[in-house]
Design a protein around this ligand. Structure first.
Ligand SMILES: *Cc1c(COP(=O)(O)O)cnc(C)c1O
Length: 489
């Protein structure tokens, strides 16, 4: 008897659904770890699991026990000392929407699998395009995140360039040999997925030119101009510029207006990677920092970062939706040409994916639940926390601040008391030590070849004394680490 396993019309299934979901919510609430992480390493975690598919079937209690294993061994994204990545605690309204999304299990690839969802996603995209400042010809799609959005941007920019330069369709004929001369420019701190995309798009790592940044980690427009000129002098072909609005490590925002002018006068595609910084659109105070985004050809924006959506939730926006044409395919079973002529929207046409989640619902629900004012003040508060953290770090001789925070990230170094110890080694080990002890999940990165630590503030409910306590813990662990190093000498 399978009836009770599915939410069908059998009354006992509905009861079981309600029972399972309400119990699981209780389980989560009462079992969320009271620290950032349990501290277990990969082997210890693996020993909790058995890999064989059991023959017996789980009762409700056993299902809950199994889920509890995941709950108590996961990173607690709500903890004030979980502050490493662009990894957010999700909004309650979005969690409610998540249950609807996964229970209804609509699939965005065709209208007949997702009628309401299709219309809602289109509405959301139209609204977002309007927020960005795009005209009516724009379009977009929800994505799994910045990686997918950046990839799609570079794919469409590549296709467009090959088409206009050599009158050749990449979709039909693949890449012409001259394409090995194509180049994309981005800053030194642009996201690694620019290289990853270009490698996957058949243009190789050689096609990515990194432009110098200024002391605030923003692309330097003078260097950009020079780089463009130098490429043209070598008979190479710059076809796209990727500007970053909110770099992952420093939150730095490239000078979008100046870069947009350069891109326009040079006739190259401008993609703005606003995976992190795009959230500033929703804060009245911060929004002016994104001036210039409205002239981009394409934009990546993540909702699963500073907009507190459960993963996955990203969006890719395109100023001229006709450029989606280069990736158009028709599948008789999903989006036959005649159904489009009849005006039936099948969103598979604009997405890299086929089966795809109804993630638009959680954004739509959360935006309505919070409203722009509340959302804006949450963003402002999160950015303010980074300033507070920076002030606290500045006051201590044990730390050196690597930049003034522009968004929610703070990059800094632990400065050993004992200067015979290697600060790179100490900084590298410090975040691991904190993780293993389960007391803090903080970030680490490299600045000009030197190891550094990083906070990424994502939780607007953190208070200044949480930050003070965290910084105190880092100092304690730093001292401990120094002691054990001296011992080893
Ligand atoms: C996070 C991030 C990405 C990658 O996005 P995912 O959602 O992790 O795929 C790309 N660019 C920037 C600037 C980012 O911060």
């Amino acid at each position: 008897m399978f009836e009770s396993e599915f939410l069908t019309s059998a009354p006992e299934s509905k009861e079981r659904y309600i029972e399972l979901l309400s119990k699981v919510v209780e389980l989560i609430v009462s079992n969320l770890p009271d620290r950032p992480y349990c501290g277990k390493n990969q082997d210890e975690l693996a020993s909790l699991l058995t890999s064989d598919l059991p023959l017996g079937s789980d009762s409700t209690e056993q299902i809950l026990d199994r889920l509890q294993l995941a709950i108590s061994h996961s990173i607690n994204v709500n903890h004030p000392s979980t502050i490493a990545h662009l990894h957010c605690p999700p909004l309650l309204a979005s969690l409610a929407a998540e249950i609807v999304i996964s229970t209804l299990n609509q699939s965005m690839d065709s209208f007949d699998q997702a009628p309401f969802a299709t219309v809602l996603e289109q509405e959301l995209i139209t609204w977002l395009c309007c927020e960005v400042g795009f005209s009516e010809n724009s379009g977009g799609t929800l994505t799994a995140g910045g990686t997918q959005s950046n990839y799609q941007a570079l794919l469409l920019a590549r296709d467009r360039f090959v088409e206009s330069q050599w009158h050749c369709s990449v979709q039909k004929s693949g890449m012409p040999p001259q394409a090995s001369h194509m180049r994309v420019l981005c800053s030194e701190v642009a996201h690694f997925t620019i290289e990853k995309s270009m490698a996957q798009l058949g243009l190789g790592l050689q096609s990515v030119v990194r432009v110098k940044t200024d002391e605030l980690f923003r692309m330097n427009p003078v260097d950009l101009r020079q780089a463009l000129e130098s490429l043209r002098n070598q008979e190479l072909m710059p076809f796209a510029i990727v500007a970053t609005a909110g770099s992952t490590d420093f939150g730095s925002i490239d000078p979008l207006m100046e870069i947009a002018q350069i891109a326009q006068s040079d006739g190259v595609w401008l993609h703005i990677d606003a995976a992190y910084g795009g959230a500033l659109l929703f804060s009245t105070a911060q929004r002016p920092k994104l001036k210039g985004i409205e002239v981009a050809d394409s934009v990546s924006l993540d909702f699963h970062k500073l907009l507190w959506q459960p993963i996955p939730c990203g969006v890719f926006l395109l100023r001229n939706r006709n450029y989606f044409e280069s990736m158009r395919f028709h599948a008789e079973y999903l989006n036959p040409e005649n159904s489009e002529q009849k005006g039936i929207p099948n969103l598979v046409t604009n997405s890299l994916l086929t089966t795809r989640r109804f993630d638009a619902l959680k954004v739509w629900t959360a935006l309505h639940a919070l409203g722009q004012n509340k959302l804006g003040s949450m963003i402002d508060r999160t950015l303010y926390l980074a300033k507070q953290a920076a002030d606290l770090l500045r006051m201590s001789p044990r730390f050196q601040l690597e930049h003034e925070p522009e968004m929610g990230t703070v990059v800094f170094r632990y400065r050993p008391e004992d200067d015979s110890l290697d600060p790179n080694e100490l900084n590298r080990e410090l975040s691991q030590l904190l993780f293993r002890a389960g007391v803090a999940v903080i970030g680490h990165t490299e600045v000009h070849g030197r190891q550094a630590l990083k906070f990424t503030c994502m939780n607007p409910t953190i208070r200044a004394n949480d930050l003070e306590a965290l910084i105190g813990t880092i100092m304690d662990f730093g001292r401990q680490l120094e002691r054990s190093k001296r011992h080893q000498l």
